[in-house]
Design a protein around this ligand. Structure first.
Ligand SMILES: Cc1cc2nc3c(=O)[nH]c(=O)nc-3n(C[C@H](O)[C@H](O)[C@H](O)COP(=O)(O)O)c2cc1C
Length: 173
């Protein structure tokens, strides 16, 4: 698939088959995650791979509006960031902005690679970070910033949510 088609056909999927995902498939996603750009190449991210059903249920309960669908994915990757790594190099801008941009780039690599591999996911950001950190046993240094259920799509969304046209979101100067 051409990259432009890959990017345009990736969808947030919220229904998964029971079919399992292999460790090799997860490893491929983590491999592409680490090739994302990061400010000063500091790589402040950490990826928590959760297969345990009880722990997946705990992560599900961390959502601001707990929706059970994320527990149906056989694997959940929680993306964490250690802001102080980037802050040590770039101060507040590193700790408040760059490190989060780094993780967003890593998340997008995971989502696109999952789609390219025939897997599905959804970027979940609406969750209580403190509850998620507690469920995973994270130290205070690590902030969980994204929850990514990974599985096979049980149902593709009917149609892509509309996007604002290029002319509306772009200014050529
Ligand atoms: C930062 C961020 C946070 C998001 N948080 C959630 C979420 O908490 N729950 C959810 O179901 N979808 C979440 N989404 C997915 C968006 O709803 C989805 O990307 C958007 O509707 C466009 O649909 P598409 O991904 O299929 O193109 C999030 C996406 C991003 C980028």
């Amino acid at each position: 698939m051409q990259f432009s088609e890959l990017a345009a056909t990736r969808r947030s999927v919220r229904r998964y088959e029971e079919r399992d995902v292999t460790d090799e498939q997860i490893h491929t996603l983590l491999e592409v995650a680490r090739w994302a750009p990061s400010a000063g190449n500091m790589q402040p991210w950490h990826f928590y791979v959760v297969r345990d059903a009880a722990l997946r249920a705990k992560i599900c309960a961390c959502q601001q509006h707990p929706a059970k669908w994320i527990t149906y994915a056989p694997v959940i990757i929680v993306v964490g960031v250690e802001a102080r790594i980037t802050a040590a190099q770039y101060g507040d801008r590193g700790g408040d902005l760059y490190c989060l941009q780094d993780t967003a780039a890593a998340v997008q690599n995971i989502l696109l690679c999952a789609h390219d591999s025939g897997l599905a996911s959804c970027w979940v950001g609406a969750f209580r970070e403190d509850a998620c950190a507690q469920a995973l046993g994270l130290t205070a240094d690590i902030r969980p910033v994204a929850i990514l259920p990974i599985g096979y799509a049980a149902q593709q969304p009917d149609k892509a949510p509309e996007r604002r046209p290029v002319e509306e979101i772009t200014t050529f100067l």
